[in-house]
Ligand binder design. Structure first.
Ligand code: SF4
Ligand code: SF4
Ligand code: FES
Length: 202
Protein backbone atom coordinates (compact mmCIF):
# COMPACT_ATOMS: atom_id res chain seq x y z
CA UNK A 1 0.00 0.00 0.00
CA UNK A 2 1.11 3.58 -0.58
CA UNK A 3 -0.07 6.95 0.69
CA UNK A 4 -0.48 9.93 -1.63
CA UNK A 5 -2.69 13.01 -2.02
CA UNK A 6 -5.10 14.10 -4.71
CA UNK A 7 -6.19 17.73 -4.42
CA UNK A 8 -5.02 17.68 -0.81
CA UNK A 9 -7.03 14.59 0.13
CA UNK A 10 -4.84 11.94 1.77
CA UNK A 11 -5.42 8.56 0.13
CA UNK A 12 -4.03 5.13 0.94
CA UNK A 13 -4.19 2.77 -2.01
CA UNK A 14 -2.65 -0.29 -3.64
CA UNK A 15 0.19 0.18 -6.13
CA UNK A 16 -0.14 -0.68 -9.82
CA UNK A 17 -3.10 1.61 -10.26
CA UNK A 18 -3.36 4.72 -12.38
CA UNK A 19 -4.10 8.14 -10.94
CA UNK A 20 -7.41 8.01 -12.82
CA UNK A 21 -8.43 4.72 -11.18
CA UNK A 22 -7.52 5.99 -7.71
CA UNK A 23 -9.28 9.32 -8.29
CA UNK A 24 -12.45 7.54 -9.45
CA UNK A 25 -12.39 5.20 -6.46
CA UNK A 26 -12.26 8.30 -4.23
CA UNK A 27 -15.02 10.21 -6.06
CA UNK A 28 -12.60 12.75 -7.55
CA UNK A 29 -13.60 13.67 -11.08
CA UNK A 30 -11.00 13.95 -13.86
CA UNK A 31 -12.36 14.51 -17.40
CA UNK A 32 -11.39 11.87 -19.97
CA UNK A 33 -11.92 11.37 -23.66
CA UNK A 34 -9.97 8.46 -25.15
CA UNK A 35 -10.03 6.40 -21.95
CA UNK A 36 -12.95 4.03 -21.71
CA UNK A 37 -13.63 1.69 -18.83
CA UNK A 38 -12.52 -1.87 -19.63
CA UNK A 39 -10.51 -0.95 -22.74
CA UNK A 40 -6.75 -0.84 -23.18
CA UNK A 41 -5.41 2.63 -22.31
CA UNK A 42 -3.89 4.29 -25.38
CA UNK A 43 -3.58 7.80 -23.88
CA UNK A 44 -3.88 9.73 -27.12
CA UNK A 45 -6.06 12.74 -26.17
CA UNK A 46 -4.36 14.12 -22.99
CA UNK A 47 -7.70 15.56 -21.82
CA UNK A 48 -7.09 13.85 -18.46
CA UNK A 49 -4.04 16.08 -17.85
CA UNK A 50 -3.04 16.49 -14.20
CA UNK A 51 -0.18 18.13 -12.35
CA UNK A 52 2.21 15.97 -10.34
CA UNK A 53 3.91 18.22 -7.82
CA UNK A 54 7.63 18.57 -8.56
CA UNK A 55 7.30 17.68 -12.25
CA UNK A 56 7.70 20.37 -14.91
CA UNK A 57 5.22 18.97 -17.42
CA UNK A 58 1.65 17.82 -17.04
CA UNK A 59 0.97 14.08 -16.95
CA UNK A 60 -2.01 12.03 -18.08
CA UNK A 61 -4.10 10.55 -15.26
CA UNK A 62 -5.09 7.50 -17.32
CA UNK A 63 -1.49 6.34 -17.81
CA UNK A 64 0.38 7.64 -14.74
CA UNK A 65 0.83 5.03 -12.03
CA UNK A 66 0.49 6.13 -8.41
CA UNK A 67 3.59 6.23 -6.20
CA UNK A 68 4.32 6.71 -2.52
CA UNK A 69 4.20 10.39 -1.51
CA UNK A 70 2.84 11.59 -4.84
CA UNK A 71 0.93 14.90 -4.74
CA UNK A 72 -1.59 15.24 -7.55
CA UNK A 73 -3.50 18.36 -8.54
CA UNK A 74 -6.46 17.76 -10.83
CA UNK A 75 -8.14 21.12 -11.02
CA UNK A 76 -5.96 24.25 -11.02
CA UNK A 77 -5.65 26.95 -13.72
CA UNK A 78 -2.73 25.19 -15.38
CA UNK A 79 -4.57 21.89 -15.94
CA UNK A 80 -7.89 23.55 -16.79
CA UNK A 81 -6.21 25.72 -19.44
CA UNK A 82 -4.31 22.75 -20.86
CA UNK A 83 -7.51 20.69 -21.20
CA UNK A 84 -9.30 23.60 -22.84
CA UNK A 85 -6.53 24.18 -25.38
CA UNK A 86 -6.31 20.45 -26.11
CA UNK A 87 -10.05 20.15 -26.67
CA UNK A 88 -10.12 23.21 -28.94
CA UNK A 89 -7.22 21.75 -30.89
CA UNK A 90 -8.83 18.32 -31.21
CA UNK A 91 -12.05 19.84 -32.50
CA UNK A 92 -10.33 22.32 -34.81
CA UNK A 93 -8.21 19.56 -36.31
CA UNK A 94 -10.71 16.80 -36.62
CA UNK A 95 -14.23 17.77 -35.70
CA UNK A 96 -16.91 20.22 -36.65
CA UNK A 97 -18.68 21.32 -33.49
CA UNK A 98 -22.16 21.77 -34.94
CA UNK A 99 -22.15 18.21 -36.23
CA UNK A 100 -20.75 16.52 -33.19
CA UNK A 101 -23.05 14.51 -31.01
CA UNK A 102 -22.93 12.83 -27.65
CA UNK A 103 -20.11 12.84 -25.18
CA UNK A 104 -17.67 15.07 -27.06
CA UNK A 105 -20.09 18.00 -27.21
CA UNK A 106 -20.86 17.78 -23.51
CA UNK A 107 -17.18 17.57 -22.69
CA UNK A 108 -16.31 20.58 -24.89
CA UNK A 109 -18.95 22.63 -23.06
CA UNK A 110 -17.77 21.41 -19.69
CA UNK A 111 -14.19 22.42 -20.51
CA UNK A 112 -15.36 25.86 -21.65
CA UNK A 113 -14.33 25.58 -25.30
CA UNK A 114 -16.08 28.42 -27.11
CA UNK A 115 -17.72 27.96 -30.47
CA UNK A 116 -15.60 30.76 -32.01
CA UNK A 117 -12.45 28.73 -31.55
CA UNK A 118 -14.03 25.66 -33.07
CA UNK A 119 -14.84 27.61 -36.21
CA UNK A 120 -11.12 27.75 -36.95
CA UNK A 121 -11.63 24.32 -38.45
CA UNK A 122 -10.63 23.79 -42.06
CA UNK A 123 -12.89 20.78 -42.41
CA UNK A 124 -15.70 21.04 -44.97
CA UNK A 125 -19.14 21.89 -43.59
CA UNK A 126 -20.69 18.81 -45.09
CA UNK A 127 -18.93 15.79 -43.71
CA UNK A 128 -18.19 13.17 -46.31
CA UNK A 129 -19.53 9.76 -45.42
CA UNK A 130 -17.61 6.74 -46.61
CA UNK A 131 -19.49 3.73 -47.94
CA UNK A 132 -17.68 1.36 -45.62
CA UNK A 133 -20.54 -0.98 -44.96
CA UNK A 134 -24.14 -1.64 -45.69
CA UNK A 135 -24.76 -1.38 -41.94
CA UNK A 136 -22.13 0.96 -40.50
CA UNK A 137 -21.01 4.36 -41.74
CA UNK A 138 -17.87 6.33 -40.95
CA UNK A 139 -17.91 10.12 -41.19
CA UNK A 140 -14.19 11.02 -41.17
CA UNK A 141 -14.78 14.73 -40.43
CA UNK A 142 -16.30 13.76 -37.07
CA UNK A 143 -13.48 11.43 -36.05
CA UNK A 144 -11.14 12.74 -33.35
CA UNK A 145 -8.87 9.66 -33.48
CA UNK A 146 -9.42 8.68 -29.89
CA UNK A 147 -8.75 5.01 -30.82
CA UNK A 148 -11.64 3.68 -28.73
CA UNK A 149 -13.06 1.78 -31.72
CA UNK A 150 -9.64 0.25 -32.41
CA UNK A 151 -9.33 -0.95 -28.81
CA UNK A 152 -12.85 -2.33 -28.55
CA UNK A 153 -12.91 -4.41 -31.74
CA UNK A 154 -12.23 -8.02 -30.77
CA UNK A 155 -11.56 -8.89 -34.41
CA UNK A 156 -8.76 -6.33 -34.89
CA UNK A 157 -10.49 -4.87 -37.92
CA UNK A 158 -10.02 -1.13 -37.37
CA UNK A 159 -6.58 0.46 -37.74
CA UNK A 160 -4.93 3.86 -37.90
CA UNK A 161 -3.07 4.79 -41.05
CA UNK A 162 -0.69 7.73 -41.46
CA UNK A 163 0.02 10.33 -38.78
CA UNK A 164 -0.63 13.96 -37.89
CA UNK A 165 -3.00 15.90 -40.14
CA UNK A 166 -3.25 13.02 -42.62
CA UNK A 167 -4.24 10.39 -40.04
CA UNK A 168 -7.10 8.18 -41.12
CA UNK A 169 -8.96 5.03 -40.05
CA UNK A 170 -8.77 1.93 -42.22
CA UNK A 171 -10.65 -1.36 -42.14
CA UNK A 172 -9.33 -4.88 -42.65
CA UNK A 173 -6.01 -5.67 -44.28
CA UNK A 174 -6.58 -3.59 -47.40
CA UNK A 175 -8.88 -0.81 -46.19
CA UNK A 176 -11.84 -2.55 -47.70
CA UNK A 177 -15.54 -2.35 -47.00
CA UNK A 178 -16.30 -3.57 -43.47
CA UNK A 179 -18.64 -6.10 -45.04
CA UNK A 180 -15.67 -7.79 -46.73
CA UNK A 181 -13.74 -8.17 -43.45
CA UNK A 182 -14.43 -10.45 -40.47
CA UNK A 183 -16.71 -7.77 -39.02
CA UNK A 184 -19.64 -9.39 -37.22
CA UNK A 185 -21.55 -6.09 -37.03
CA UNK A 186 -21.64 -6.29 -33.25
CA UNK A 187 -21.85 -2.49 -33.03
CA UNK A 188 -19.28 -2.24 -30.23
CA UNK A 189 -17.26 0.34 -32.19
CA UNK A 190 -20.40 2.45 -32.61
CA UNK A 191 -21.29 2.29 -28.95
CA UNK A 192 -17.88 3.53 -27.73
CA UNK A 193 -17.46 6.28 -30.35
CA UNK A 194 -17.76 9.64 -28.50
CA UNK A 195 -18.55 11.74 -31.58
CA UNK A 196 -20.91 9.76 -33.78
CA UNK A 197 -18.18 9.34 -36.42
CA UNK A 198 -19.06 5.65 -36.50
CA UNK A 199 -22.79 5.16 -36.67
CA UNK A 200 -25.44 2.76 -37.80
CA UNK A 201 -26.44 3.24 -41.40
CA UNK A 202 -30.20 3.80 -41.42
S1 SF4 B 1 -18.97 -3.79 -35.68
FE1 SF4 B 1 -17.88 -5.05 -34.16
S2 SF4 B 1 -16.65 -6.47 -35.38
FE2 SF4 B 1 -17.29 -4.84 -36.77
S3 SF4 B 1 -15.60 -3.36 -36.73
FE3 SF4 B 1 -17.08 -2.69 -35.18
S4 SF4 B 1 -16.37 -3.63 -33.26
FE4 SF4 B 1 -15.32 -4.70 -34.96
S1 SF4 C 1 -14.41 6.61 -35.15
FE1 SF4 C 1 -15.07 7.34 -33.13
S2 SF4 C 1 -14.19 5.86 -31.67
FE2 SF4 C 1 -13.10 5.58 -33.61
S3 SF4 C 1 -11.26 6.88 -33.43
FE3 SF4 C 1 -12.88 8.10 -34.47
S4 SF4 C 1 -13.89 9.23 -32.81
FE4 SF4 C 1 -12.74 7.57 -31.84
S1 FES D 1 -8.25 10.14 -21.33
FE1 FES D 1 -6.16 10.11 -20.70
S2 FES D 1 -5.06 10.57 -22.50
FE2 FES D 1 -7.14 10.43 -23.18
Amino acid sequence: MITMTIDGKVITTKTNKTVLQVAKANNIYIPTLCAFSGLETRSVCRICSIEVKGEAFLNTACSTLVKEGMEIITNNDKVRNARKVLMAFILAEHGKSDNLVGQINKLAQELGVEKARLELTTKPDTASILPHSEYIKLTPALCIYCDRCISVCKYNIIHRAKKGATVTLTFGDNNESLDKTNCVHCGDCISVCPTGALAERV
